[in-house]
Design a protein around this ligand. Structure first.
Ligand code: KG4
Ligand code: ZN
Length: 339
């Protein structure tokens, strides 16, 4: 018996739908058997790039225009909406107007299909992306969530059993990539562009601050952006070659801190492996440092494929399938949450 879930994600500037199937009830303490049947994402980045950041009303209108078509596409491989046993949707944190589009469609479908629906915490979704990989992680583990809005270290003892160990005191890691990239003229969001340019740059070209070196659980990224801004104000606009060097230096400063802190926390809390999630987990240096650091420390690691790291509905479906199959439901009056 499988349980088939339609998942919806509209928390920010990605409109996404997916279908995830829970193959069997997970054995006690064992790994859930999840199968990803479809995963479609419409990125609105081009619309927002014009403004240098996400414009909430533009995001909501674009979700309204695109979501229905994406849901149709997502359910096609399982034979349409009639095959859906439940609906999972991101209910926050995120932009309220954007979240409402997804949640309202989920409620409408639940009403029409007479199926249960469930609001999912967007960050639990990120944590569950790893469960859809070929070799899903075992529990317990340390999870590093690094996205445009969040940077957190979480002890994951079992599915649904989370303890927040720490995180950023100011800017999120993705925000540091985006703000640094903006100073370097790379548009919005800039993380992937910084990553690409950094490939040919020298990461030792500019020494950017590594804040809070003695605190394993807390990080701070606002100083990285300020230091880069000060450097550019003094040195003037960079040549293309210098720009690649500055991208590599920025990337090194952010990723080194994230990976070193995650490694120290995992060891301190006796967690045998590290899972990364969120858009910044798509970063090539972060993935390299994580693999090397975990190997040296005798830890396992799991870095999901890039399309499961950035915002998507498959991750929401993974969390939703496990919770819905266990009997959890949201009430019709449940609303969205900004934070
Ligand atoms: O998880 P996500 O798609 O959305 C949020 O929930 O925030 O993360 C988006 C963030 C952006 O800040 C973006 O610049 C960053 O992830 N990002 C990257 C890379 N790809 C996306 N940062 C560094 N390197 C990348 N390759
Ligand atoms: Zn996200």
């Amino acid at each position: 018996m499988s349980f088939t879930v339609l998942a919806i994600e509209t928390s920010c500037d990605e409109t996404a739908a997916a279908v995830v199937q829970l193959q069997d009830a997970p054995p006690a303490g064992g790994l859930p058997q999840l199968r990803l049947r479809s995963n479609v994402v419409h990125s609105q980045q081009d619309q927002h790039a014009l403004y240098g950041g996400v414009v909430p009303e533009v995001a909501s209108r674009e979700h309204l225009a695109k979501l229905q078509g994406l849901v149709r596409q997502a359910v096609a491989p399982v034979g349409g909406l009639a095959a859906i046993d439940g609906i999972a949707v991101s209910r926050g944190p995120g932009l309220v107007g954007a979240l409402l589009v997804g949640v309202q469609l989920a409620k409408g479908l639940a009403l029409a299909l007479e199926r249960p629906w469930l609001g999912i915490h967007h960050l639990e979704g990120h944590l569950c992306a790893a469960l859809l990989t070929e070799r899903p992680p075992s529990f317990p583990h340390l999870a590093l969530i690094a996205s445009g809005g969040h940077t957190q270290f979480v002890a994951v003892r079992a599915f649904g059993d989370y303890a927040l160990l720490g995180g950023t005191r100011d800017d999120a890691a993705g925000e540091a990539f985006d703000k640094g990239g903006k100073l370097l003229g790379l548009g919005y969001p800039a993380g992937a562009a910084v990553d690409a340019l950094a490939q040919t740059g020298d990461p030792t070209a500019l020494r950017l601050p590594r804040a809070l070196p003695k605190d394993d659980a807390a990080c701070s990224f606002s100083g990285v952006k300020s230091a880069l801004a000060r450097h550019l104000a003094q040195a003037g606009p960079p040549t293309p070659r210098r720009r690649a060097d500055l991208c590599a230096s920025l990337q090194q400063a952010i990723c080194e801190v994230l990976v070193n802190k995650a490694l120290r926390l995992a060891v301190r809390h006796r967690l045998p492996g590290i899972v990364v999630a969120g858009g910044v987990a798509a970063n090539s240096l972060l993935r390299r440092l994580l693999a090397a650091g975990c190997e040296a420390a005798g830890l396992w690691h799991c870095a999901p494929p890039l399309q499961l790291c950035t915002d998507n509905a498959a991750m929401v479906g993974a969390a939703g399938a496990l919770r819905l199959a266990a009997g959890e439901r949201s009430a019709y009056r449940l609303s969205v949450r900004a934070r």
